[in-house]
Design a protein around this ligand. Structure first.
Ligand SMILES: [Zn+2]
Ligand SMILES: [Zn+2]
Length: 269
Protein backbone atom coordinates (compact mmCIF):
# COMPACT_ATOMS: atom_id res chain seq x y z
CA UNK A 1 0.00 0.00 0.00
CA UNK A 2 1.21 3.50 -0.74
CA UNK A 3 1.22 5.56 2.45
CA UNK A 4 0.49 9.28 2.14
CA UNK A 5 4.09 10.19 2.94
CA UNK A 6 5.43 7.73 0.37
CA UNK A 7 3.01 9.14 -2.15
CA UNK A 8 4.26 12.64 -1.27
CA UNK A 9 7.85 11.51 -1.74
CA UNK A 10 7.01 10.02 -5.10
CA UNK A 11 5.39 13.26 -6.27
CA UNK A 12 8.32 15.31 -4.94
CA UNK A 13 10.92 13.18 -6.65
CA UNK A 14 9.03 13.58 -9.90
CA UNK A 15 9.42 17.35 -9.75
CA UNK A 16 12.69 17.50 -7.83
CA UNK A 17 14.62 14.37 -8.75
CA UNK A 18 17.25 13.55 -6.19
CA UNK A 19 20.57 14.69 -7.52
CA UNK A 20 23.81 13.22 -6.30
CA UNK A 21 25.48 16.08 -4.36
CA UNK A 22 28.88 15.06 -5.73
CA UNK A 23 28.41 14.72 -9.45
CA UNK A 24 24.98 16.23 -10.02
CA UNK A 25 23.63 13.16 -11.74
CA UNK A 26 20.26 11.80 -10.72
CA UNK A 27 20.57 9.38 -7.83
CA UNK A 28 18.44 6.27 -8.22
CA UNK A 29 15.22 6.05 -6.24
CA UNK A 30 15.72 4.69 -2.76
CA UNK A 31 19.47 5.26 -2.85
CA UNK A 32 20.48 5.79 0.74
CA UNK A 33 21.25 9.43 1.54
CA UNK A 34 21.12 10.12 -2.18
CA UNK A 35 24.60 9.54 -3.57
CA UNK A 36 24.60 8.02 -7.04
CA UNK A 37 25.85 4.45 -7.22
CA UNK A 38 29.20 5.31 -8.78
CA UNK A 39 30.03 8.04 -6.27
CA UNK A 40 28.97 5.70 -3.47
CA UNK A 41 31.38 3.09 -4.81
CA UNK A 42 34.31 5.52 -4.99
CA UNK A 43 33.44 6.85 -1.58
CA UNK A 44 33.49 3.40 -0.03
CA UNK A 45 36.99 2.90 -1.49
CA UNK A 46 38.10 6.12 0.21
CA UNK A 47 36.79 4.84 3.52
CA UNK A 48 39.21 1.93 3.19
CA UNK A 49 42.25 4.24 3.35
CA UNK A 50 44.53 3.16 6.18
CA UNK A 51 46.22 5.48 8.64
CA UNK A 52 49.93 5.58 7.76
CA UNK A 53 50.78 5.45 11.48
CA UNK A 54 48.56 2.76 13.04
CA UNK A 55 47.44 1.09 9.77
CA UNK A 56 43.77 1.34 10.74
CA UNK A 57 40.83 2.84 8.88
CA UNK A 58 39.75 6.31 10.05
CA UNK A 59 36.87 4.75 11.97
CA UNK A 60 39.34 2.72 14.05
CA UNK A 61 42.41 5.00 14.04
CA UNK A 62 43.48 5.81 17.56
CA UNK A 63 46.14 8.40 16.71
CA UNK A 64 44.30 10.89 18.88
CA UNK A 65 45.65 14.46 18.87
CA UNK A 66 47.20 15.35 22.23
CA UNK A 67 44.70 18.04 23.30
CA UNK A 68 41.83 15.56 22.84
CA UNK A 69 43.57 12.92 24.94
CA UNK A 70 43.31 15.19 27.95
CA UNK A 71 39.95 16.80 27.35
CA UNK A 72 37.65 14.04 26.12
CA UNK A 73 35.95 11.20 27.95
CA UNK A 74 36.73 7.67 26.87
CA UNK A 75 33.94 5.55 25.41
CA UNK A 76 35.27 2.03 25.05
CA UNK A 77 38.82 2.63 23.91
CA UNK A 78 38.22 5.88 22.08
CA UNK A 79 38.07 9.62 22.67
CA UNK A 80 36.67 10.44 19.24
CA UNK A 81 35.25 9.01 16.06
CA UNK A 82 35.79 10.10 12.47
CA UNK A 83 34.36 8.65 9.29
CA UNK A 84 37.28 9.20 6.93
CA UNK A 85 40.63 10.89 6.52
CA UNK A 86 41.01 14.36 5.13
CA UNK A 87 43.50 14.41 2.27
CA UNK A 88 44.46 18.07 2.04
CA UNK A 89 45.92 18.09 -1.45
CA UNK A 90 43.50 15.80 -3.16
CA UNK A 91 40.89 17.89 -4.92
CA UNK A 92 39.17 14.88 -6.38
CA UNK A 93 38.84 13.00 -3.07
CA UNK A 94 35.11 12.60 -2.67
CA UNK A 95 35.17 13.09 1.11
CA UNK A 96 36.86 16.47 0.56
CA UNK A 97 34.25 17.34 -2.05
CA UNK A 98 31.47 16.40 0.35
CA UNK A 99 32.89 18.71 3.06
CA UNK A 100 33.32 21.49 0.51
CA UNK A 101 29.71 21.08 -0.58
CA UNK A 102 28.45 21.10 3.02
CA UNK A 103 30.30 24.42 3.50
CA UNK A 104 29.35 26.11 0.27
CA UNK A 105 26.03 24.81 -0.96
CA UNK A 106 22.59 25.81 0.20
CA UNK A 107 21.44 22.25 -0.51
CA UNK A 108 21.47 19.93 2.50
CA UNK A 109 22.09 16.63 0.74
CA UNK A 110 25.86 16.50 1.27
CA UNK A 111 25.39 17.27 4.98
CA UNK A 112 22.83 14.47 5.23
CA UNK A 113 25.20 12.01 3.57
CA UNK A 114 28.10 12.86 5.89
CA UNK A 115 25.90 12.98 8.97
CA UNK A 116 24.40 9.61 8.11
CA UNK A 117 27.85 8.02 7.88
CA UNK A 118 28.96 9.65 11.12
CA UNK A 119 25.77 8.65 12.97
CA UNK A 120 26.26 5.03 11.96
CA UNK A 121 29.80 4.99 13.33
CA UNK A 122 28.78 6.69 16.59
CA UNK A 123 25.89 4.29 17.06
CA UNK A 124 28.01 1.23 16.31
CA UNK A 125 30.70 2.31 18.77
CA UNK A 126 28.28 3.31 21.53
CA UNK A 127 26.26 0.10 21.20
CA UNK A 128 29.41 -2.00 21.34
CA UNK A 129 30.35 -0.29 24.60
CA UNK A 130 26.94 -0.43 26.23
CA UNK A 131 26.32 3.33 25.95
CA UNK A 132 22.82 4.64 25.29
CA UNK A 133 23.46 7.34 22.69
CA UNK A 134 20.13 9.04 23.34
CA UNK A 135 21.37 9.99 26.79
CA UNK A 136 23.98 12.19 25.11
CA UNK A 137 23.34 15.65 23.69
CA UNK A 138 24.69 16.64 20.28
CA UNK A 139 26.37 20.04 20.08
CA UNK A 140 29.01 21.83 17.95
CA UNK A 141 31.58 24.65 17.93
CA UNK A 142 30.03 27.54 15.95
CA UNK A 143 31.74 28.97 12.86
CA UNK A 144 33.04 32.50 12.49
CA UNK A 145 30.24 34.93 11.84
CA UNK A 146 32.05 36.40 8.86
CA UNK A 147 32.32 33.01 7.15
CA UNK A 148 28.71 32.25 7.88
CA UNK A 149 27.66 35.54 6.32
CA UNK A 150 29.42 34.61 3.08
CA UNK A 151 27.64 31.33 2.53
CA UNK A 152 24.82 31.38 5.06
CA UNK A 153 26.05 28.02 6.30
CA UNK A 154 27.57 26.75 9.53
CA UNK A 155 28.85 23.36 8.44
CA UNK A 156 29.41 22.01 11.96
CA UNK A 157 25.88 22.95 12.98
CA UNK A 158 24.48 21.40 9.83
CA UNK A 159 26.24 18.10 10.45
CA UNK A 160 25.42 18.12 14.18
CA UNK A 161 21.70 18.69 13.54
CA UNK A 162 21.43 15.77 11.14
CA UNK A 163 23.47 13.52 13.43
CA UNK A 164 21.09 14.31 16.30
CA UNK A 165 18.12 13.55 14.07
CA UNK A 166 19.62 10.26 12.86
CA UNK A 167 20.45 9.15 16.40
CA UNK A 168 17.21 10.33 17.96
CA UNK A 169 19.34 12.38 20.36
CA UNK A 170 18.78 15.90 21.61
CA UNK A 171 20.48 18.78 19.75
CA UNK A 172 21.55 21.84 21.68
CA UNK A 173 23.47 24.96 20.57
CA UNK A 174 25.56 25.34 23.72
CA UNK A 175 28.32 27.67 22.52
CA UNK A 176 28.68 31.24 21.36
CA UNK A 177 31.82 32.76 19.87
CA UNK A 178 33.50 35.51 21.77
CA UNK A 179 35.89 36.57 19.06
CA UNK A 180 36.49 36.07 15.41
CA UNK A 181 40.09 34.88 15.13
CA UNK A 182 40.66 32.58 12.19
CA UNK A 183 42.01 29.23 13.42
CA UNK A 184 43.45 27.92 10.21
CA UNK A 185 46.10 30.63 9.84
CA UNK A 186 47.55 29.97 13.30
CA UNK A 187 50.32 27.67 14.49
CA UNK A 188 49.40 24.66 16.62
CA UNK A 189 50.34 26.39 19.90
CA UNK A 190 48.50 29.56 18.93
CA UNK A 191 45.44 27.55 17.94
CA UNK A 192 45.21 26.13 21.45
CA UNK A 193 45.54 29.60 23.01
CA UNK A 194 43.12 31.16 20.57
CA UNK A 195 40.50 28.42 20.92
CA UNK A 196 40.53 28.90 24.68
CA UNK A 197 39.42 32.54 24.22
CA UNK A 198 37.09 31.95 21.32
CA UNK A 199 34.21 29.81 22.58
CA UNK A 200 31.99 30.35 25.58
CA UNK A 201 29.09 28.34 26.99
CA UNK A 202 25.92 30.39 26.60
CA UNK A 203 24.66 31.87 29.83
CA UNK A 204 21.29 30.22 29.19
CA UNK A 205 22.77 26.71 28.80
CA UNK A 206 22.45 24.29 31.70
CA UNK A 207 25.17 21.65 31.28
CA UNK A 208 25.03 20.22 34.79
CA UNK A 209 25.19 16.43 34.87
CA UNK A 210 24.83 16.19 31.07
CA UNK A 211 26.84 14.27 28.50
CA UNK A 212 27.77 15.76 25.16
CA UNK A 213 28.94 14.60 21.76
CA UNK A 214 30.79 17.47 20.08
CA UNK A 215 30.33 17.31 16.31
CA UNK A 216 32.51 19.04 13.75
CA UNK A 217 33.44 18.73 10.09
CA UNK A 218 37.20 18.22 10.30
CA UNK A 219 39.41 17.38 13.27
CA UNK A 220 42.83 18.96 12.74
CA UNK A 221 44.88 19.93 15.81
CA UNK A 222 42.07 19.16 18.23
CA UNK A 223 42.42 22.66 19.73
CA UNK A 224 38.84 23.72 19.08
CA UNK A 225 37.17 20.55 20.29
CA UNK A 226 39.34 20.14 23.39
CA UNK A 227 38.78 23.74 24.39
CA UNK A 228 35.02 23.31 23.97
CA UNK A 229 35.17 20.08 25.99
CA UNK A 230 36.98 21.81 28.83
CA UNK A 231 34.33 24.52 28.87
CA UNK A 232 31.51 21.99 28.99
CA UNK A 233 33.16 20.17 31.89
CA UNK A 234 33.75 23.48 33.70
CA UNK A 235 30.03 24.21 33.23
CA UNK A 236 29.12 20.92 34.93
CA UNK A 237 28.98 18.37 32.08
CA UNK A 238 30.04 14.87 33.11
CA UNK A 239 31.20 13.46 29.77
CA UNK A 240 32.29 14.85 26.41
CA UNK A 241 33.04 12.76 23.34
CA UNK A 242 34.12 14.03 19.90
CA UNK A 243 32.70 13.00 16.52
CA UNK A 244 33.93 14.54 13.29
CA UNK A 245 33.24 13.74 9.67
CA UNK A 246 36.92 13.77 8.74
CA UNK A 247 40.22 13.47 10.54
CA UNK A 248 43.20 15.39 9.21
CA UNK A 249 46.39 13.62 10.19
CA UNK A 250 49.40 15.70 11.23
CA UNK A 251 51.46 17.28 8.47
CA UNK A 252 54.09 14.98 7.04
CA UNK A 253 51.91 11.88 7.30
CA UNK A 254 51.36 11.36 3.63
CA UNK A 255 48.69 9.11 2.26
CA UNK A 256 49.65 6.70 -0.46
CA UNK A 257 46.09 6.87 -1.72
CA UNK A 258 44.38 9.41 -3.93
CA UNK A 259 41.02 8.79 -5.39
CA UNK A 260 40.84 9.21 -9.10
CA UNK A 261 37.30 9.68 -10.21
CA UNK A 262 37.22 9.49 -14.00
CA UNK A 263 34.09 11.55 -14.66
CA UNK A 264 34.80 14.20 -12.08
CA UNK A 265 36.53 16.93 -14.11
CA UNK A 266 34.24 16.44 -17.01
CA UNK A 267 31.12 16.93 -14.87
CA UNK A 268 32.45 19.73 -12.68
CA UNK A 269 34.48 21.84 -15.11
ZN1 LIG B 1 27.46 10.93 -8.04
ZN1 LIG C 1 46.15 6.04 13.25
Amino acid sequence: MITPSKFGDAILSLFFPRKCPLCGRIAPEGEEAHLCQECARYLSAELEIRCPVCRCRATECRCTPKPLRKAMSTVGDRKFIAVGFYQPKSKSALLNRLIYTVKNSTDDTAARVLARMLSKEILKHFLKNGEEVREWIITYPPRRRRNKRKTGVDQAKRIARFVAKDLGAEFEAVFTRKREAEQKRLSKEDRIKSAADTYAVRSTADCCGKRYILCDDILTSGATLSSCAEKLIAAGAIDVFAATALYSLPKGKVFPYRSDVPWFNEVNS
